[in-house]
Write a protein that binds this ligand. Sequence first.
Ligand code: 48F
Length: 259
Amino acid sequence: MSIIETEITRAIVERFYSRFLDNVASDVAIVGAGPSGLTAAWKIAERGLKTVVFERGLKPGGGLTGGGMMFSEIVIQADALTIINELGVNFVEQRPGYFVADALELLGALLVKVARSGVKIFNLMSVEDLLLVDRKVSGLVINWSAVELAHLHVDPLTIAAKAVVDATGHAAELVHHLVRKAKVTLPTPSGNIEGEGPMWAERAEQLTVENTREIYPGLWVAGMAANAVLGGPRMGPIFGGMLLSGQKVAELIASKLKQ
Ligand code: 48F
């Protein structure tokens, strides 16, 4: 068979657009393909809910990819080893209680789980706003990351979702959009975004999971975004809390949507 360049073009464009159209309305839309967003996508789709991920960057992984200060190893605590084992990722107990895994192997394993559970990650697409209907977050407003980076005046498109997850990391971008534009009061001590605190790994790991919740009707926070909104500290390159937060948000959303 000869290879015809224009057939390559047709194949890519046709498949991309059919998958994009298929995801214009989903059960769950996750923003951010870092460790919490990827774990959430895998665990939500595994529960039979139609799930889609939007990621601003060229490559998924968020803060996982760089390990600790570019040493591409990450620490996982014992609580999260069940998830590591489900992913089939190798780890060693480098020091008593400190399990170390290769950051890129963990990322690769998460991506395989997400893809095999039927979830499409739309990379290079940024979420610039929320769809808010009758005081419920009902979807996302998206645009090409290249448009955002070049500050081009191009109107976005909208997708619908019954549940939206802010897994945008330290920036908690979706909650910021909600507060800034809709002037909502959040169920936090100040009624506003608390902002994350300085490093305290032990407390932060615990709080990341505790803080994972529905923060406004239709909008859940997971991973570092949960701590950024509710005032938890940062934790650096220990990742068990991110995986456990992704797992928790999956359980919360599944029980809410299946009610
Ligand atoms: O920052 P990130 O890895 O978030 P996470 O899942 O994990 C946090 C850890 O990596 C680390 C940490 C240690 O344990 O504290 O920081 O909470 O991934 C967030 C992803 O969201 C994307 C961003 O490019 C990154 O890949 N993102 C952020 N804002 C948007 C977005 C947006 N508006 N639209 C699309 N993607």
